[in-house]
Design a protein around this ligand. Structure first.
Ligand code: FES
Length: 292
């Protein structure tokens, strides 16, 4: 089916470089607000295993969709005002999580994201005005502002969908690894060709792998960062007190345990696929347990 022509300019938002100065200012403000990094990780959703922004979106949008229905029902003014205010209050943490994720995206995603945010801020302002109008007894004007707000957040929601589904922000970028890697043990190469205690990249069956050797022990992860596909072998090798050797992604600073792929620092929320490795003679072989 052909894409609606009216929607084509939305995809072009990704290329509007004129938005970049606004993006830069907004990004520096967001990153200053969400310090320290532990707070940023909670807002990304690292402890929850995926971004929490989509979950929080449910509260304001659910409330405001209900307001639209209640505004058509005589005698439901009190409930409509209550839900209007509930939506405004819950929009605050929702926006904070969304902006935190946005601050660690590629520029094309950030251009779309800044317009998404502007529409949602407009929506919140209209619903705030609606709440005050209703409280002042001006139900008609309150309803008018609420329906205008619904239009703004609906447009913002459409852009949120573009960000999530077309631009794949927030998605796990390693989900396909088990589908593309063959089952069973696969040869990776000679052990002696692997550098000692250094990040190295090897490709097995077309799959880029991050390889880390300590003597005859070899740890292997997908080399594609689960956040936005950054090349982990170009990152920084570190040492976590509890998790041991770790790698920091060069693109947005996610940190993963090299031994088990666990996320030690966001913005990534999905762990790296971990390959089992064995040394047979002098040849390293790898196996992805759930592959094929
Ligand atoms: S690609 Fe973003 S942290 Fe790795």
């Amino acid at each position: 089916m052909k894409e609606l022509r009216i929607l084509k300019p939305i995809a072009k938002l990704e290329d509007i470089a004129a938005l970049d100065p606004i993006v830069d200012v907004a990004k520096s403000i967001v990153l200053a607000v969400v310090k320290p990094r532990a707070l940023e990780d909670v807002l990304h959703g690292v402890p929850f295993g995926h971004p929490i922004h989509p979950l929080l979106v449910l509260f304001p949008t659910g409330a405001w969709a209900s307001v639209a229905v209640l505004d058509l029902v005589p005698g439901a003014e009190r409930a409509a005002r209550l839900l209007t205010g509930f939506g405004v209050l819950t929009a605050v943490p929702t926006a904070l999580t969304g902006e935190t994720d946005w601050a660690r995206l590629h520029i094309q995603q950030q251009r779309v994201g800044i317009v998404h945010a502007a529409l949602n801020v407009t929506g919140v302002a209209l619903y705030s005005g609606s709440w005050f109008a209703r409280r002042a007894g001006n139900q008609g004007f309150g309803k008018l502002l609420a329906f205008a707000g619904l239009g703004a957040i609906s447009a913002g929601g459409y852009l949120g969908g573009h960000l999530s589904y077309r631009q794949a922000s927030g998605a796990n970028h390693t989900e396909d690894v088990p589908h593309r890697f063959p089952s069973g043990w696969q040869p990776l190469g000679a052990l002696e060709d692997l550098p000692e205690r250094q990040l190295a990249e090897r490709t097995v069956e077309g799959q880029p792998l991050l390889v880390f050797r300590r003597g005859r022990r070899v740890d292997v992860l997908s080399n594609v960062c689960s956040h936005l596909s950054g090349p982990l072998h170009e990152g920084t090798l570190g040492q976590d007190q509890a998790a041991g050797p770790c790698v920091e992604c060069p693109w947005h600073g996610s940190v993963f345990s090299i031994e088990n792929g666990e996320v030690l620092q966001g913005p990534a929320t999905s762990p790296q696929p971990v390959f089992r490795a064995r040394v047979t003679g002098d040849v390293v072989e790898v196996l992805l347990p759930n592959a094929g």
